[in-house]
Design a protein. Sequence first.
Lengths: 235, 194
Amino acid sequence: MTVSPEHDFAVAEYALGTLDASERATLAARRLREPDLDEAILAWEARLAPLAEAVPEIEPPRDLLPAIEARIRGASPEAPGNGAIVELERSIRRWRAMAIAASLFAGVLAIGFIARETSRQSAPHEFVAILQKDAASPAFAVTVNLDKQELTVRPVAAQAPPGKSYELWLIDSKLGARSLGVIGDTPRGANLSAYDPTVVADATYAVTVEPPGGSPTGQPSGAPVFVGKLIPVSP
Amino acid sequence: MTIRGGAPGGRAPTGADDDLNNLLSRIATRDTIAFASLYKQTNAKLYGVVARILTRGDAAADALQEVYVRIWEKAGEFDPLKGSPLAWMATIARNRALDEVRRVRPVSLEDQPEGFEPAAEEIDPLAPRERSERLAALVDCLKALDEEKRAVVLLAYYRGSSREALAKRFGRPVPTIKTWLHRSLAQLRDCLAS
């Protein structure tokens, strides 16, 4: 595993907890996509974790188990009539159908225009990212058109916790986290003209939970709850 | 309500680890009875972790709920070869509490409620006590740090103190604290590897 010394300090401070909110959110987003980084964080967490043995117990102010049990029952995929999951499966089927249709259409176009010049074939212009917590829980679909410098984000199966907002971020290793706005229940767009196309294409897209109306500081307030990277719609 | 694991304030014996390992593997198969049992055995410990970082009671209780939801979701990822079940759960609890405490604003020690004296209540893992092998090794390495630098690491770990809060407390500029942290962490890493 190759983690530079400077990188290792950031990782060690992440595990110890001394990074600020923005540094913390950036690493938390990257670890979901970079196995080496994730492994380095786990190794640092394991070095420090024995310290927890010495923590004296404190009784919580009330019995929290019933509230927790209600939440895990709601989250369980086996729970009958889970509307979000059903809706999600429908969405996935729609996406698949759209992808097949798109590739068929592309095939037709290819045959139709095969005799024409191919000078316009260059880097891909359309990208898509599914922002998710893990492979089983896609939450937002992000599409980017590099020509128009436009981004559209569409909720798939996510609803912000009561009294909170979801905020979308572009996270670049040099720029850090840049807000692309608060996401509601309906699809919305964002203008990307402020960013270099290579930054847009390579960035990590992340969603955080924020106070209503978005982060008061202009930086992510906590670790992302959903992340994803763009892939070209067609190769 | 709470069944204490192990000696008071001491390390849970291996039997308790086995018990928690067993509960976690059952939770990975969506066993809610095992989950309730795990909660009863560990909630006071994990609340102890969270409430020292999130000093307001409601924030700590909210965070503890999130912690157990995460434990439910991630139980299948726990690997007993990489550490004790309690250490794994405490790491989840700390991460949740740290996300929350950094979310609002950097918490300084001056923000503690009136009458709360952190110095009177610091946790000292170096004090004589029963220890797991992993903690004993870490304590040996912590002893090799200067007293002040060790205190910085321990306050960051147990209290979730930010670099700014540590700078205020120790009367040093933030970059100095950062340098201390990096040197101490590098020293700990090398010491644990030897």
